[in-house]
Structures are given as structure tokens and as C-alpha cells.
Design a protein around this ligand. Structure first.
Ligand SMILES: COc1cc(C(=O)NC2CCN(C)CC2)ccc1Nc1cc2c(cn1)c(C)nn2-c1cc(Cl)cc(-c2ccccc2C(N)=O)c1
Length: 334
């Protein structure tokens, strides 16, 4: 059970009052923490409505840069409203903390789904990736880059609809062609251009989407190693963990036809790269879409609009809904 020290609990009151809306919340279950924030289940005692409350201790917000980051997160998130973005209810502060009241997603995040299921089926990947892409399409249309898209920030409601959350590393592109040079934080699925400090923009989210799709379909992240240093080295060399990279590189560029036969060979007989296990269930459209997203050169990665038109979405079943049993076991495909 993740518990926090008794004295810390005193700094986060059991009963929290928002003077602006005159709402009073009861603090319930502790969900988890990250950075300076802790997340609790909170309930509005007048309406009984349940929310996810992100609570940041002011004691920890000593540097102006930390306060700046917090207000940037709030300013960006409160400006958003979309079915695949976590709802922003309100925010307020008292002498001890800053409180952000957010939509509760009862089925937690896709990280828990991944931990329980490992590789999910292609139809399920289509179902989730389509929603995530619609959410990112909305963000990019409002010139917002999320910069930390990962399974733990993709929350699930009772219908297994995806809601993009945690705008703690998000940024607004202020003018056409702007390349961000700084990022205070460590994205999980970090793109190579952030590591090499070449300036970055919307393409970093496309890279993260490729890491997400790869992890969902293969059952583990594409660049995972035993140390962060080695993972970063692989990302910079854009060398995948699976032999799939050879297939992907063959698939893009002029050797499309030969590449696709080669890719199929790599996927089907696994003999070319004994060192790597490539699930033969991964078919060409999925390999192609992952490869397009995980290209080292940002300018070669397709936009979200392009990805939504990829043949991956028309090359097999797109479930209209998924049963909650998919959180624990693969759906029947007959
Ligand atoms: C019923 O709904 C939920 C149950 C549980 C649950 O049962 N967890 C159990 C895990 C095992 N332990 C022993 C007991 C608790 C987790 C998340 C839920 N739902 C939920 C969580 C949400 C949101 C919406 N809905 C939103 C929006 N943000 N968070 C959230 C969650 C977490 Cl763990 C951390 C952070 C978080 C904290 C600090 C910095 C950043 C972040 C951040 N990722 O935004 C945020």
C-alpha cells in the first residue's frame, strides 16, 4: 500500500475548501505521486461528485521556475476541452497547497492495462491508438505539445475511453515554425532531438506515440535497457531493441517493395535476428505505422492527421467498444 508519512498528511487536510466556488471536498484514497504533486480521490460533499485531486505543497515550490511550471500546466490544461483530454474542473490554493480538481478516470491508466496484459491485440491497439490520436490531434490543432505522452498519462474511464492527462511538461507553440530549446523534466518516451538539443516541436509527440504503439503491440518498450544512459544511447542511434528496426528501415524509403518482403520475413520467421523476439502477430501495416513514428529525423515523421489516415486503421477490425474484461484478458476475435 503506498502510504505517506503521518506528518505529511497534516499538510494535506482531510477536508479541503475552495473559497472561489464555495465547494468543500473530502480527501479520500491516495492514488499516487509524481514530482511535487500527490494525487488523491476527492469528493464534493455537496454534490457527492468524485474527482482526482492533484495537490502540490507550496513548501516544495520554492524556485520561481517551479511556480512557473505549475502555472503553465494549469493555464494549458484549463484551456482544453475534448472527449479524449482529462476534464479540468477547477483549481485553487490555500496557505499550504495548490489544488487542481480533475476528471476522475475510474479505470486508472493504460500503464496498469499494460502491466496486466503486456502485448494487447491488434484490434484493441486500433481502438486505443485511434482515440489517443484524436486527442493529440486536438492538442496540436491548438498548438499545444504534450511532451510527455506515456501509458501512465493516458487515463481510462468506465467505457475504456482514453483521456490524455498530466500537462506538467506541455508547452504552447507561439508562432509557426517555433522550435523549443528547453524542457525541464524527463519525458518517459523522450525523442532523440530532445536528447541532442536540436530544438523540438510537435514531432516529439509523434515519437512518443510510436513508443506507445510499439509497447502496446510488442508488450515492452522499444528502447528499454538496464540503464537510462544506455536507453538514451539507443534512442540517439535510433536502434530498436527488436530486430524489427531492420524491417522498419527496409520498409521506408526507395526499397519499399523489397523492404516489405524483408519486413514480412523478419516478422514471420524470426530467424534473421535470433537475438530478438518479434511477435509474428505484428502485421505489415502495424510495422509500417510504428516505423513512420519512430524515425530519427523529426521532419520525416508524419503529422497526426496523416497517421489517422494510415492503412493500419483500415487493415482490420476497429472495435466500436471494448468490454471491461479487456483490462485483464484478450477479447475473443471469432
Ligand atoms: C478510481 O480511479 C483511480 C484509481 C487508482 C487506484 O486505485 N490506484 C491504486 C494504486 C495502488 N495503490 C496501492 C492504491 C491506489 C488510480 C487512479 C485512478 N484514477 C485517476 C487518476 C488520475 C486521474 C484521473 N483518474 C488524473 C487526471 N490524474 N491521476 C493521477 C493518478 C496518479 Cl496515480 C498519479 C497522478 C500524478 C501525481 C503527481 C504528478 C503527476 C500525476 C499525473 N500522472 O498526472 C495523477
Amino acid at each position: 500500500m503506498t502510504s505517506i508519512k503521518e506528518d505529511e498528511k497534516k499538510e494535506i487536510p482531510e477536508i479541503i475548501h475552495d473559497p472561489q466556488t464555495n465547494s468543500t471536498y473530502q480527501r479520500l484514497r491516495f492514488f499516487g505521486k509524481g514530482g511535487f504533486a500527490k494525487c488523491y480521490e476527492i469528493q464534493d460533499i455537496a454534490t457527492n461528485q468524485i474527482y482526482a485531486g492533484k495537490i502540490v505543497s507550496k513548501k516544495l515550490m520554492v524556485k520561481s521556475s517551479q511556480k512557473e511550471k505549475m502555472s503553465q500546466e494549469i493555464s494549458i490544461h484549463r484551456s482544453l476541452q475534448h472527449k479524449h483530454v482529462v476534464g479540468f474542473h477547477s483549481f485553487f490554493e490555500d496557505s499550504l497547497n495548490i489544488y487542481i480538481v480533475l476528471e476522475l478516470c475510474k479505470r486508472r491508466s493504460m500503464m496498469e492495462l499494460h502491466k496486466r496484459r503486456k502485448a494487447i491485440t491488434e484490434p484493441e491497439t486500433r481502438f486505443y491508438m485511434h482515440q489517443i490520436l484524436l486527442g493529440v490531434q486536438y492538442l496540436h490543432s491548438r498548438r499545444i505539445i504534450h511532451r510527455d505522452l506515456k501509458l501512465g498519462n493516458l487515463f481510462l474511464d468506465d467505457d475504456l475511453h482514453v483521456k490524455i492527462g498530466d500537462f506538467g511538461l506541455a508547452a504552447k507553440i507561439e508562432y509557426e515554425g517555433e522550435r523549443k530549446r528547453t524542457l525541464c523534466g524527463t519525458p518517459n518516451y523522450i525523442a532523440p532531438e530532445i536528447l541532442t538539443r536540436d530544438g523540438h516541436s510537435f514531432e516529439v509527440d509523434i515519437w512518443s506515440l510510436g513508443c506507445i504503439m510499439y509497447t502496446l503491440m510488442v508488450g515492452r518498450p522499444p528502447f528499454e535497457t538496464s540503464t537510462l544512459r544506455d536507453t538514451y544511447k539507443r534512442i540517439k542511434q535510433c536502434e530498436y531493441r527488436e530486430g524489427i528496426s531492420l524491417a522498419l528501415q527496409a520498409l521506408s524509403g526507395p526499397w519499399q517493395e523489397i523492404g516489405s518482403r524483408y519486413a514480412q520475413a523478419v516478422v514471420n520467421n524470426n530467424t534473421i535476428n535470433q537475438r530478438y523476439r518479434i511477435p509474428s502477430s505484428l502485421r505489415k501495416p502495424a510495422i509500417s505505422m510504428i516505423g513512420l513514428q519512430l524515425q530519427a529525423k523529426p521532419s520525416q515523421r508524419p503529422s497526426v492527421d496523416k497517421l489517422l489516415q494510415h492503412e493500419f486503421f483500415s487493415s482490420g477490425i476497429m472495435p466500436a467498444a471494448l468490454p471491461l474484461s479487456c483490462l485483464t484478458t484478450a477479447p475473443r476475435t471469432d
